[in-house]
Design a protein. Structure first.
Lengths: 254, 292
């Protein structure tokens, strides 16, 4: 299968101490699409996602081998500038992790640390823009000074996405972003992702197969640290080429 | 039969637990009433206004003058400088232990902080007299090293363990997810600490500082030993002064029981009680807010 790619890994191996969590992963993720990574829990899908913005660095005993190439650059090198990498590759986590600060401060945080804009009016403009793109501006425009912890979970998760978007990333990684939300909130987030894919390359890890089928164009199935199969979502869910994928999709294990 | 016995046993137990709970409240109330009663005796023969406006504490001159201002200022001076010294130091140490130090160093540091808390104040006072006092005298070229500043330094030392361990707790109770979020947005370690973790831990940190102040203001032995014991209004921290606590401790032995001086010291005690009560109350308020 030949297609343009934004993120590519070459023989990626990852170890937690002695335990090998990722085994020789070769994946090619296309730009401006939603790519879903599915698999049973513990299969390494979150770990793989965290290789794309080097979040695994936070864990002391982790060792990675192989290449992670984003825009023709291997980011899996010690000299990589993690600060600009993480600005380019934003991440949204499983539980909404808004800071214990106002909505404004939550969004201004990234702007301040990257020194993107100086003027207050410009920052406010960008905040409005970011909130609008996650559909929160109408609800929150009068509540910018309120503590973000008081928002609903669904609003908090959108705020987390807005906090990433305000930095104008190229890639957004989402690690089971809906697992703490109810079905209606989940649906809203999915609709949002669908809009965002026009502008960003989105990689989403999910344990929810229906979600992957609903929103993604490409899909990878992982099992025990291996990428078993990677293809268009349509193909994975209709004619998977590997029997393990088929067994997982049809619910024979999970 | 068995269940009846059980019932009696439980009610006795409940009685004891309830009793000890009520007893604590009773103790505090009784101490307060006790101080209040003896202070009222004092204010019957000495005007309340003079107590708060007289600029001199001369308990044994004729007529005596019981102005609390010099003592109050002594306490405030010493406490203020002690806090100025120990808050930055304590915060730095707490941040280092909570966020920066590798785990083996963290354990060593924590046990040293505990040892620091266990040093008897009289030992610190001793160090103050033989070593720190002369040093302060030399550095500032002042007539005596037994002054407010020496007291502040030692008190800062005494408040450090309280401030360090409570702020460290507050810092460490900030959820890991905040850190993840900040790093995920490209923040450095320092930016994360300064902009995310500190604000999230702020109420616990303020409570720690409040409790540190409470500890400093109530401390007696060190200030009695090193601050020079002169109940005059200090014009600078480098002069000898005397705190509320040191006044009570050093004069109580010489008073006539039931005399005016005796009751005056109880009034000083009452003021001290009210101050520490307010500080502890504020600390509690902040701690509760951080738990919320």
């Amino acid at each position: 299968m030949n297609y343009p790619c934004k993120i590519k890994t070459i023989n990626l191996n990852l170890f937690y101490g002695e335990f090998q969590a990722l085994k020789n992963i070769n994946i090619k993720i296309p730009p401006k699409n939603i790519t879903a990574i599915i698999g049973p829990s513990g299969c390494g899908k979150s770990t793989l996602l965290r290789c794309f913005n080097r979040m695994n660095d936070l864990i002391e005993s982790v060792r990675t081998e192989g290449k992670v190439i984003i825009d023709n650059q291997n980011i899996n090198l010690p000299e990589t500038d993690l600060i600009s990498l993480r600005r380019k590759v934003g991440m949204v986590f499983q539980r909404p992790n808004v800071f214990d600060l106002s909505v404004y401060e939550n969004l201004a945080f990234g702007v301040k640390i990257h020194r993107l804009y100086r003027s207050k009016t410009k920052i406010l403009e960008e905040i409005e823009h970011a909130l609008e793109s996650v559909g929160l501006w109408k609800e929150l425009k009068d509540k910018l000074k309120k503590n973000a912890k008081n928002l609903t979970l669904d609003q908090q998760q959108r705020l987390c996405i807005a906090r990433v978007i305000i930095l104008k990333p190229e890639i957004i990684l989402l690690d089971e972003p809906c697992s703490s939300l109810d079905p209606i909130a989940t649906l809203k987030i999915e609709e949002l992702l669908f809009q965002l894919k026009e502008k960003y390359t989105i990689v989403i890890v999910t344990h929810n197969m229906q979600q992957a089928a609903r929103i993604s164009q490409f899909c990878g199935f992982m099992l025990l640290g291996e990428l078993v199969e990677f293809d268009t979502t349509e193909k994975i869910f209709t004619y998977p080429s590997d029997t393990r994928t088929e067994n997982y999709i049809t619910g024979k294990f999970g | 039969m068995f269940s009846k016995l059980q019932k009696i046993k439980e009610s006795i137990l409940e009685f004891f637990i309830r009793g000890s709970g009520i007893l604590i409240i009773l103790f505090v109330v009784l101490i307060f009433l006790f101080l209040l009663k003896d202070s009222l005796f004092f204010f019957k023969s000495y005007p309340l206004k003079d107590f708060f406006t007289q600029k001199k504490w001369l308990p044994i001159s004729e007529p005596p003058s019981f102005g609390i201002i010099p003592l109050l200022l002594g306490s405030i001076y010493v406490t203020f400088f002690a806090i100025i010294i120990c808050v930055p130091l304590g915060m730095g140490c707490a941040m280092f232990i909570a966020e920066v130090a590798p785990s083996f160093l963290r354990n060593i540091l924590k046990s040293f902080v505990e040892i620091l808390a266990a040093i008897p104040s009289v030992v610190l006072g001793f160090i103050g007299i033989v070593w720190l006092g002369p040093l302060v005298k030399k550095i500032f070229s002042i007539p005596t090293g037994m002054c407010g500043f020496t007291g502040s330094l030692l008190l800062a030392f005494m408040a450090l363990p309280t401030i360090i361990s409570i702020s460290e707790d507050a810092l460490r109770s900030v959820p890991y997810t905040y850190k993840e979020a900040a790093f995920g947005l490209g923040a450095t370690k320092w930016q994360t600490l300064w902009r995310v973790i500190l604000p999230a831990a702020s109420s616990g940190i303020i409570a720690a500082i409040m409790l540190g102040i409470g500890r400093v203001i109530g401390e007696t032995m060190v200030v009695m030993m090193v601050t020079g014991n002169s109940p005059i209004i200090p014009s600078s921290i480098l002069e000898p002064l005397r705190t509320l606590t040191a006044t009570i401790a050093s004069e109580m032995g010489e008073t006539v029981r039931g005399g005016l001086h005796y009751f005056a010291l109880f009034s000083v005690g009452l003021i001290l009680f009210i101050i520490t009560f307010i500080i502890n109350f504020l600390a509690d308020l902040f701690l509760h807010r951080s738990k919320k």
